[in-house]
Design a protein around this ligand. Structure first.
Ligand code: IMP
Ligand code: MG
Length: 186
């Protein structure tokens, strides 16, 4: 096995330094708790986990591995920040969902809720398709950044309103492969 530096102490991007915020162990422990809670609450049901690409792909894959009830998955894609650290304030649907959510119990899987705009857009997108129920799980929430009234049913961690990377979250499409989450050291 090559000696890969999979747990760097810091990430330097130009003049910006990112430092550890949540370790791999802490993230995995919390995901186990969330998966157990969902497995209990959805006993007797077959929920569809719907991941919002790209950021949620790692969270989704770890989450469903700890879920102990039958479930299905699907993904769709929304426009992201582009290469910026600040939201454009607009959301676009880039890849549609394939499954029929009519009458299904759906759980939207997000990597991070910042302003809440994406979740608001998603709620409107799916409420017209008559799911039996709709809940939202987000690994991270920046409570001080919320601008839209959205309900996040399951939260991994509340974090400060600073830019984060790693574990699926990118900066200009990179750093998604980090196992821990790093925060911009300001
Ligand atoms: P919102 O629509 O403002 O809530 O932003 C949600 C989306 O913006 C997330 O799903 C992420 O893709 C992206 N995002 C928000 N904050 C960060 C961050 O700190 N790092 C990386 N991506 C982020
Ligand atoms: Mg996202």
């Amino acid at each position: 096995m090559p000696e890969l530096k999979s747990k760097p102490e810091k990430i330097v991007i130009g003049s910006q330094v990112f430092v550890p915020l949540l370790t791999e162990e802490k993230i995995q422990e919390r995901i186990v708790e969330l998966a157990e809670q969902i497995s209990i609450e959805y006993t007797g049901k077959v929920p569809v986990f719907i991941g919002v690409l790209n950021g949620s792909f790692l969270f989704m894959s770890d989450l469903i591995r700890y879920v102990s009830i039958d479930c299905e998955i699907d993904f769709f894609k929304l426009s992201s920040y582009g290469d910026s650290q600040i939201s454009s304030g607009k959301v676009k649907l880039l890849k549609e969902l394939n499954c029929d959510v009519n009458g299904r119990d759906i759980i939207i899987v997000e990597d991070i809720v910042d302003s809440g705009l994406s979740v608001k857009y998603i709620e409107e997108l799916f409420s017209g398709n008559n799911p039996s129920s709709m809940k939202v799980i987000s690994l991270l929430v920046k409570p001080d950044s919320l601008k839209y009234k959205v309900k996040i049913d399951y939260i991994g961690f509340n974090i400060p309103s600073k830019f984060v990377i790693g574990y699926g979250l990118d900066y200009a499409q990179k750093y998604r492969n980090l196992k821990s989450i790093y925060v911009l050291d300001e």
